[in-house]
Ligand binder design. Structure first.
Ligand SMILES: *Cc1c(COP(=O)(O)O)cnc(C)c1O
Length: 356
C-alpha cells in the first residue's frame, strides 16, 4: 500500500474471487461457470468486422441489447439496465439505495458485505435458519435496502416468488434487490413483480446460465424510475461499461434461447446425478436450485476434502467461515466432470477408511 492512498480506503476489505489457477489444467468446479461454450451464433458474430468496430466507442445506451432483453422478458427497454457484470449493478445499487442501511443474510454472496463497507453503509446481517433457509420475517418492514440472492449462494436454496412479494410489499419505503444470478437453473424469477412494485430491483447475469462470465454482462429489470437512478451513476462514472463485443455477444445469446435452455436442462440432470451419487457416499446435500451443490460429509472436514480434491486435479470452493466450514460448494459441470468428481471423492473416502 502506498502512502498516497486515501486513508479511508486503507482499511478496505476486498472481495476474494474463486481461484483461477494457471499452473495446470483442473476440472474447474469452483466458480459456477458454465461447462458449455457460448452459442455458435455468438462465435460467428464476433468476427473480423466486429473486432474492427472496436476502433469506435461502444453504444453507451446498448440500444439493441436492451431491446432484445425487453423482448425476452416482455418488458420495455426503459425497464432495463445493463452493466459490466451484475457485480457492477450491485455496486451501483448499494451506492444509490443504501443510505438508510442494508440488510442481507449471514451466509450469502460475499460481495454484499464488501460493497456495504466500501460505501460506508450501516449494515445488518440476518442469520439463516439452522437448515440454511432464509427466514423471510427477518426482512419484512425494514425500510432499508434488502439484498437477497435467490437462489441463495452458496447454499443453492431458493425462495418462492410469493415469499419475495411478501418482503417487497412490506418495505414500500426502500428498495428490495433480488440477485437472480442462478435463477435459470430451477428458481422462479420475480421480474414480473417489477410491473407491480416500484421498489423491486431484479438483477440477472449472463455469467452463469449463458456461458459468458468472461465477457462481463449483467442486467437489471425494474420500474423505470429505479432504472433511471442507476443510469445516473453509470453516466457519472463510465458510460461505456459494456463494450462492443459484449453487446454483440449478448444480443446473439438472446437470439439462441433454445440452446441455453437445453444447457440448463443438462445441468439440472447432472446436478441430480451428482446429488444422488454423493448422498450414496454419505454426504449431506442441501436442496439446490442452482448450478452448484453445497455438501458436507461427517467423516472429512470441508478443508481436507477441498485439498484432497485439489491435489487430484479437481477444484471446488471452500469457504473458511463459521457455520459453513464443513461444506464445499461444487459447481455442476458436464457429465464427465461429475463422474470424475464422484469417483475421486469415492477414492478419497476409501483411502481414509484404510488408514483408520
Ligand atoms: C456470480 C454471482 C454474481 C456475479 O455475477 P457477474 O455478473 O459475473 O458479476 C452476482 N451474484 C451472485 C450471487 C453470484 O453468484
Amino acid at each position: 500500500m502506498s502512502s498516497f492512498l486515501n486513508s479511508k480506503l486503507q482499511k478496505l476489505d476486498t472481495y476474494t474471487p474463486g481461484e483461477q489457477p494457471q499452473d495446470k489444467k483442473y476440472i474447474k468446479l469452483n466458480t459456477n461457470e458454465s461447462p458449455f461454450p457460448p452459442s455458435k451464433k455468438v462465435i460467428a458474430a464476433i468476427n473480423r468486422a466486429a473486432v474492427e468496430s472496436l476502433r469506435l466507442y461502444c453504444n453507451p445506451d446498448a440500444t439493441i441489447l436492451k431491446e432484445e432483453l425487453a423482448d425476452t422478458y416482455g418488458v420495455k427497454g426503459k425497464n432495463i439496465f445493463v452493466a459490466n457484470g451484475s457485480d457492477d449493478i450491485l455496486n451501483f445499487a448499494f451506492l444509490c439505495f443504501g443510505e438508510k442501511g442494508v440488510l442481507f443474510p449471514d451466509i450469502s454472496y460475499g460481495f454484499y458485505e464488501v460493497f456495504a463497507r466500501f460505501h460506508g453503509l450501516d449494515y445488518e446481517i440476518a442469520k439463516l435458519n439452522d437448515d440454511f433457509t432464509v427466514n423471510i420475517d427477518d426482512y419484512k418492514n425494514k425500510s432499508k435496502l434488502v439484498v437477497i440472492a435467490n437462489p441463495n449462494a452458496p447454499t443453492g436454496i431458493a425462495l418462492s416468488v410469493s415469499q419475495i412479494e411478501d418482503i417487497v410489499k412490506s418495505n414500500p419505503d426502500s428498495v428490495v434487490l433480488i440477485d437472480e444470478a442462478y435463477v435459470d437453473f430451477g428458481g422462479e424469477s420475480c421480474f414480473e413483480l417489477t410491473k407491480k412494485y416500484k421498489n423491486l430491483l431484479c438483477v440477472m447475469t449472463f455469467s452463469k446460465s449463458r456461458s459468458m462470465a468472461g465477457a462481463r454482462l449483467g442486467f437489471a429489470i425494474a420500474d423505470e424510475e429505479l432504472i433511471r437512478d442507476l443510469e445516473r451513476i453509470k453516466f457519472s462514472t463510465n458510460p461505456y461499461n459494456v463494450n462492443t463485443l459484449t453487446q454483440i455477444a449478448g444480443v446473439e445469446t438472446l437470439r439462441d434461447r433454445e440452446y441455453y435452455l437445453e444447457n440448463c436442462k443438462k445441468i439440472v440432470k447432472n446436478r441430480e446425478y451428482a446429488e444422488n451419487s454423493l448422498k450414496r457416499l454419505g454426504f449431506e446435500v442441501l436442496p439446490s436450485s442452482a448450478n452448484f451443490i453445497f455438501v458436507r460429509h461427517a467423516e472429512i472436514s470441508g478443508k481436507d476434502l477441498y485439498l484432497e480434491l485439489k491435489s487430484r486435479g479437481i477444484l471446488v470452493r471452500h469457504f473458511d467461515k463459521a457455520r459453513i466450514r464443513d461444506f464445499n460448494r461444487i459447481t455442476i459441470g458436464n457429465r464427465k466432470e461429475m463422474e470424475a468428481l464422484v469417483s475421486t471423492v469415492k477414492l478419497i473416502l476409501g483411502e481414509m477408511e484404510k488408514t483408520k
